[in-house]
Ligand binder design. Structure first.
Ligand code: ASP
Length: 328
């Protein structure tokens, strides 16, 4: 009996020390902060992007990362950083979000965005809006200033106006390039949805996504970007995810939440979960696109099954990178 007890005690002691060592090690190596961004996934042919344009994309992605780092250094929380980073990308005509959004079949720009706070699991989103300059700001306000998660169309615009968010004439969103793309109506060549995930100094996670949707989309079509669990998800217990790609698949496969769930219930690492969902499940189903994600320990994933994805990351440790093509 005495022997059995002491063996049991030793077993528990070893188990406890193993657990605490794990926690200690992971906490010790956790970067102070991490930012990951994307600017859309899709068909990216090196031969069709000029050197000059490539540089424009890379420098805007770098600017977005630096804006985020500055905010984090000043003590901004993850939600605030996600918003500021996405604003930089929304204001650039290079990306399919805010200025530079793609056109619907009927020649309008209808924008979607969402944001989620991993600490509280609060979330906000706007869908199908035509006059909100920075939809991610409106999504954040839906989260903080309303009792709802998602507002759409004119109701979302009214809410935005009443809360002091900048509205613009729809002509603000016009760009020649996106207009020509509609005339060509080649959907899968149009990339540029933007997203950002952040781990802040307090260890909190947040995710946000903003888009003009898919070129030539039908009246009232809403994609995955404003749908919590599909295009955006954040949970301090697991990870923060922002997606880009063929939205109908991301909705049906609840991509962002699926990655979190695999970590939560199956104990998978972030990269295992992300690669399984993007490179296997989604790919086999025929859904093209990718995600960016960060977990609570600062590990990141930029998994995609398309030809390329505008993407970048920055860690407090000094590690950083900006990429476009698959082979980078
Ligand atoms: N996921 C977006 C949508 O389906 C489009 C994209 O990311 O390119 O609306």
């Amino acid at each position: 009996m005495k022997n059995t007890l002491s063996i049991l005690f030793m077993f528990v002691a070893v188990l406890l020390s193993a657990c605490s060592r794990d926690v200690h090690e992971t906490e010790r190596t956790r970067p102070e902060y991490v930012i990951v961004i994307h600017g859309g996934a899709g068909v990216m042919d090196r031969s069709r992007i000029t050197q000059e344009r490539e540089e424009l994309y890379r420098s805007k992605l770098n600017e977005a990362l630096e804006t985020g780092e500055e905010a984090l250094k000043n003590g901004d929380n993850a939600i605030s950083v996600v918003t500021k980073v996405i604003n930089v990308l929304e204001d650039s005509p290079l990306f399919n979000a805010g200025k530079g959004a793609v056109f619907t079949h009927d020649g309008y720009n209808e924008l979607d965005a969402s944001i989620m706070d991993g600490k509280t699991l609060n979330a906000g989103s706007v869908a199908g809006v035509r006059d909100i300059r920075n939809p991610i700001n409106a999504a954040k306000l839906v989260m903080t200033n309303s009792e709802h998660v998602m507002l759409s169309g004119p109701g979302a615009s009214r809410f935005a106006r009443e809360n002091g968010i900048e509205l613009v004439d729809s002509s603000y969103f016009f760009t020649v390039e996106r207009w020509r793309a509609l005339q060509r109506t080649i959907n899968d060549e149009e990339t540029g949805t933007v997203g950002c995930v952040v781990l802040d100094k307090d260890g909190n996670l947040a995710a946000g996504t903003s888009t003009g949707g898919m070129t030539n989309k039908k009246y009232g079509r809403i994609g995955d970007s404003p749908i919590i669990g599909a295009g955006t998800y954040a949970n301090n217990a697991t990870c923060a995810v922002s997606a880009t790609g063929h939205g109908e698949y991301f909705i049906r496969y609840t991509v962002a939440h699926d990655i979190s769930t695999l970590m939560e219930y199956r104990g998978m690492s972030l990269s295992e979960a992300a690669d399984f969902v993007i490179l296997q499940k989604l790919k086999e189903a025929g859904g093209s696109g990718g995600i960016i994600a960060v977990d609570k320990m600062g590990n990141i994933s930029m998994s995609f099954n398309s030809q390329g994805m505008f993407r970048g990351f920055l860690k407090s440790t000094g590690e950083r990178g900006v990429y476009i093509f698959r082979e980078e």
